[in-house]
Design a protein around this ligand. Structure first.
Ligand code: AMP
Ligand code: ZN
Length: 491
C-alpha cells in the first residue's frame, strides 16, 4: 500500500484534493499521447516527462499503476473542430509514402526520444487504428442513448441535448451560452444541428485514404472518440487519473467527458490533471506556430537559436525545475544554469559514496528526507523537491570537507533519499559518453583529433596511427573528409 498522502490539483474542481484511488492499491491513469504525423517537439516532451514523474512517484510510494498512453494514428484533422485535411494523409502525400509508414516512422522516433529522456514506457500504448470497432460500438451506444445523430454518413454528438441533463462546460468552467458565443454560426450547408456539435464518425471523401466500413458507410473516427473508447476498454467506465496538456481542456477533453458520460452514464474520471505549456519568448511552442524545437536539435545544438548542445538529462533537469502547472519559458541562460545544476547534483551523489562516518550526526537527515516527500506529496512539486535536494548537496559537501558529521544510520538514509528521489522518482541518470552529443566527449574528441592532425602534418605517422587504432579499439571510428575529420561511435 502507498505510504504517502498525496494531494492532486484537480482541473474538474479547480482545487487540490487528497488522492484516494477508487480501488487501492491499483491506480488507473490515462494520458493523451502524441499525434504521430511529425517529430515530437520539446513542448510535447514536457507533458510526457511531467506524467512520467507522476507515474514514477505513484509507483515509488507503492501503488500498482496501469498507465495507458495512446498513440493517435488516425482521425486527427488539421483543425481541432473536425475541419481541415487529414494530418497523416497530408504528410504521406508530401513524403510519397503510405500513411502507415508515416505513423511507423514517427512512433519509433517518439519512443527513441522518450528513451533518451529516460522516461518509462506506459503499461499499454494503444493506437486509434487498432480500436476502430470499439469506437464504432461507442458511437452506436451514444446514438442509442439519443445523444448523437447521423447526417449524410457522418455522426455528430448533440451537445445541446446532452446539456439538458449534463454540464458540457464542466472541465473548462464555462457555461453553454459562453461556449456558444465563442463559435461561429452554422452555414446553410452545415450537416450539424448545433454549433457545438462535434463528429464521432466522419464520412470519408473519395480521396481520403485511411477509411473503414461502419454502419453509417465508409469513414473514419473523429479525434475525441478514440480516447473515450480506449480509456473505457483498459481502465473501466470510471478511472482515477486522466492527463494531458492544458491546451486539450477546452475541446478534446471536454468532448471526451461528454462522450464517456453519454455512453457509460457515469463520470469517467476522478482526477483530471493538466500540464502547462512550454513557451518560447512567451508564445506556446507548437508545430503550427513554427517555433518548435526538436529534441535532437537541442541535443546536438544545431538549432539556430541555440549557442550549444545540451544533454538529454540537462534538458530534463531544466524541465523538472518548474512545477508542471506553471508555464516554462525556453532560454539559453536557463539551460546553461540547468546544465550546471545537474552536474552539481551528480557530483554530490558521487561524493556521497566517499563520505566517512563518525559516531555523531550534526545534520538532520530525517527532516530533509521528510521535506523531499512533502514536496512530492504536494501535487508532485519537483522544483521544491530539487530545492530540498540541493540543501542535501550542501550538507554532503560540508560533511566531505569535515565541517559537519554524519552517523552510519544517517548516511544510509541520505544515500537512500538521493538514490530513490533522483534516480527512481525524477528519472535522472548519470550520463556516459555515448554519443556525439555529449559535451565532454565532444571536447575530448576535438582534442584527440587536433593532436592527430598535427602529427599527420608533421608526418609523424606512428603517433597518428596510434591514435586512430587506439580509438578503433574502443569502437570510435574517425574519418577524414573534405570538411575535416569526423568521428562516430560504432554501433
Ligand atoms: P499532440 O501530438 O499535438 O496531440 O500533443 C501531444 C501532447 O503534447 C498533448 O498532451 C498536448 O497538450 C501537449 N503539448 C502540445 N504543445 C505543448 C507545449 N508547448 N507545452 C507542453 N505540452 C504541449
Ligand atoms: Zn485524448
Amino acid at each position: 500500500m502507498a505510504s504517502q498522502q498525496i494531494e492532486i490539483y484537480n482541473t474538474l474542481t479547480r482545487k487540490k484534493e487528497k488522492f484516494t484511488p477508487l480501488h487501492p492499491p491499483f491506480v488507473g491513469m490515462y494520458v493523451c499521447g502524441p499525434t504521430v504525423y511529425d517529430d515530437v517537439h520539446l513542448g510535447n516532451c514536457r507533458t510526457f516527462i511531467s506524467f512520467d514523474l507522476i507515474y514514477r512517484y505513484l509507483v515509488h510510494v507503492g501503488y500498482k499503476v496501469r498507465y495507458v498512453r495512446n498513440i493517435t494514428d488516425a482521425g486527427h484533422l488539421e483543425g481541432d473542430r473536425d475541419e481541415g485535411g487529414d494530418k497523416f494523409a497530408k504528410k504521406a502525400k508530401l513524403e510519397q509514402v503510405e500513411p502507415m509508414e508515416i505513423v511507423q516512422k514517427y512512433t519509433l522516433g517518439f519512443r527513441d526520444v522518450m528513451r533518451m529522456f529516460n522516461t518509462l514506457p506506459p503499461s499499454i500504448e494503444p493506437t486509434a487504428t487498432g480500436h476502430i470497432s470499439e469506437q464504432i460500438e461507442m458511437t452506436k451506444e451514444i446514438i442509442a442513448a439519443g445523444l448523437a445523430y447521423e447526417s449524410n454518413g457522418t455522426v455528430y454528438f448533440n451537445v445541446e441535448k446532452y446539456s439538458q441533463k449534463n454540464n458540457y462546460g464542466t472541465l473548462s468552467n464555462r457555461k453553454l451560452e459562453e461556449l456558444l458565443e465563442g463559435t461561429r454560426e452554422l452555414g446553410g450547408q452545415d450537416e450539424k444541428k448545433g454549433r457545438l456539435d462535434f463528429a464521432l464518425w466522419i464520412k470519408a471523401k473519395p480521396e481520403h485514404i485511411m477509411r473503414w466500413p461502419s454502419p453509417w458507410g465508409i469513414g473514419f473516427p473523429g479525434w475525441h472518440i478514440e480516447c473515450s473508447a480506449m480509456s473505457t476498454k483498459y481502465l473501466g467506465k470510471t478511472f482515477d487519473i486522466h492527463g494531458g496538456g492544458m491546451d486539450l481542456i477546452a475541446t478534446h477533453h471536454t468532448n471526451e467527458v461528454a462522450q464517456s458520460q453519454a455512453c457509460n452514464h457515469c463520470e469517467p474520471v476522478k482526477y483530471w490533471m493538466h500540464t502547462n505549456m512550454l513557451t518560447v519568448n512567451g508564445v506556446r511552442m507548437s508545430k503550427s506556430a513554427g517555433n518548435g524545437f526538436l529534441p535532437m536539435e537541442l541535443f546536438t545544438g544545431s538549432h539556430k537559436l541555440l549557442e550549444k548542445g545540451y544533454s538529454p538529462m540537462a534538458v530534463k533537469f531544466f524541465m523538472l525545475q518548474t512545477h508542471y502547472r506553471s508555464t516554462l519559458d525556453f532560454s539559453n541562460e536557463a539551460l546553461q544554469a540547468s546544465e550546471k545544476g545537474f552536474d552539481r547534483l551528480m557530483n554530490a551523489i558521487r561524493t556521497l559514496e566517499k563520505l566517512k562516518v563518525s559516531d555523531k550526526s550534526s545534520s538532520d537527515i530525517k527532516a530533509l528526507h521528510q521535506k523531499c516527500y512533502d514536496a512530492m506529496n504536494d501535487d508532485f512539486n519537483s522544483p521544491i523537491l530539487l530545492a530540498n535536494l540541493f540543501d542535501g548537496v550542501k550538507t554532503i559537501n560540508s560533511i566531505h570537507d569535515r565541517k559537519e558529521l554524519i552517523s552510519k544510520e544517517d548516511l544510509s538514509l541520505l544515500k537512500k533519499t538521493f538514490r530513490d528521489l533522483v534516480f527512481d522518482v525524477l528519472g535522472l541518470k548519470e550520463e556516459k559518453i555515448s554519443s556525439n552529443n555529449d559535451e565532454l566527449g565532444n571536447n575530448l574528441m576535438a582534442l584527440i583529433i587536433d593532436i592527430r592532425n598535427e602529427a599527420k602534418a608533421k608526418k609523424d605517422f606512428p603517433t597518428s596511427d596510434k591514435l586512430r587504432d587506439g580509438l578503433a579499439k574502443i569502437k570510435i571510428s574517425i574519418k577524414d573528409t573534405k570538411e575535416g575529420t569526423t568521428w562516430e561511435i560504432e554501433k
